[in-house]
Design a protein around this ligand. Sequence first.
Ligand code: GLN
Length: 484
Amino acid sequence: MHNKSLSELSTALQTGDISSVELTQHYLDRINQYNGDLNAFITVTEDRALEQAKAADKLLAEKKGGPLTGIPLAHKDIFCTKGVRTSCASRMLDKFIAPYDATVVEKTDSAGMVTLGKTNMDEFAMGSSNETSFYGPVKNPWDTGCVPGGSSGGSAAAMAARLAPVATGTDTGGSIRQPSSLCNLTGLKPTYGRISRYGMIAFASSLDQAGPMANSAEDAAWLMNIMSGFDPRDSTSVDRDVPDYTATLNDSLEGLTIGLPKEYFGEGLDPQVAEVVETAIKQYEAMGAKLKEITLPNTHLAVPTYYVVAPAECSSNLSRMDGVRFGHRAEDPKDLMDLYTRSRGEGFGEEVKRRIMIGTYALSAGYYDAYYLKAQQCRRLIRDDFLKAYEEVDVIMGPSAPTPAFRFGEKTDDPVAMYMEDIYTINVNLAGLPGMSIPAGFVNGLPVGLQIIGNYFDEARLLNVAHQYQQQTDWHTRIPDAFK
Ligand code: GLN
């Protein structure tokens, strides 16, 4: 049952071949069996899931369901879920029960989907390996000695081990695409503003964007149909029609022009990863696409720019976690300052503190112009590089991550090495563009993703480009032996 696509599951539910309760129970059983080891879920909402499944079965019986009614999913624990702990994998929010639902959750609920639980992640989405979670690291189902990537590592591991048929993630600098690459998934970070950020705990507000993590482009398209759209409660959400993302999956790629940025294939890229990515690109050529070498000359500015912008925004966003308005409160404070400093000192982990300190510094009077303002100027240059490239090409391709999954502890003592994990993904967030990672092959038994970057609001094309490749290859159908 756990090897079926969303449309196969949908048909089975609509025709009554299986019930949503049976399907949900199947996944809950798998979670029970495997989560102890993988640590992919922070919270499993078993009772709530079975209630939602019963309600879905009733709708299905009355023929009132939509295409995803009765299908289970997992939400990253960054989305507020009413009445359920929403921890952001931080001690700070370990006891936080969200009083309302994020728009994304509201949308999956009203589509009749069943929430299995909340997945593990890097604390406040800061990380690339899921090692910064207060609840401990997540294991990669492809090799449990390796990280699943981050920050959406729990959703990625849950998907790779088939503990859920589809999941949500968020991507501020690569957190959907990099774990998708490391866990053999199809993950899409949409254009900034495509999906509402309301109720999604903010890390860096001008970069954060939610998206689907799925087993195929087709499945991702189904979830995009539900997640996308304008939301008056998010002032950065864009009021623009949502196409049916499944409608154009079968369009031909004849004449498609693919840009290959030379900066994406240079130093720092594992040669075996490069080989996998190049083979995938050749396959596109065989499918009728044209290749064109391009340049994104400001790519080298992306990581330093991001590590000013993201910490600056996080230092501001996380100021609300003060032990009074939100978050962990220290015991027996002797005065207000003691309450603030100890609550925050105890509640936040090391990486989060590092970011808050960098961000506070960068925003301080006297430094603002030198750091934050300068970073915003670099950001514009990065965006302009892409816009120039899109005058000549339809999509851009390259690796999603410079290496396959790495071992636990390998990069924890070297934050800069960890930050380089996102070297190919971060500039996409800085520009606000959509990007995808799709399974493209393996290196020593570990998955490697191909990144496809599109122009603004070109998600339908990205999904089409990914789907066509998945019609010709079977990388995306591979499952680690232990979880078949
Ligand atoms: N790895 C990057 C960081 O640590 C990106 C994380 C993300 O996309 N949420 O900030």
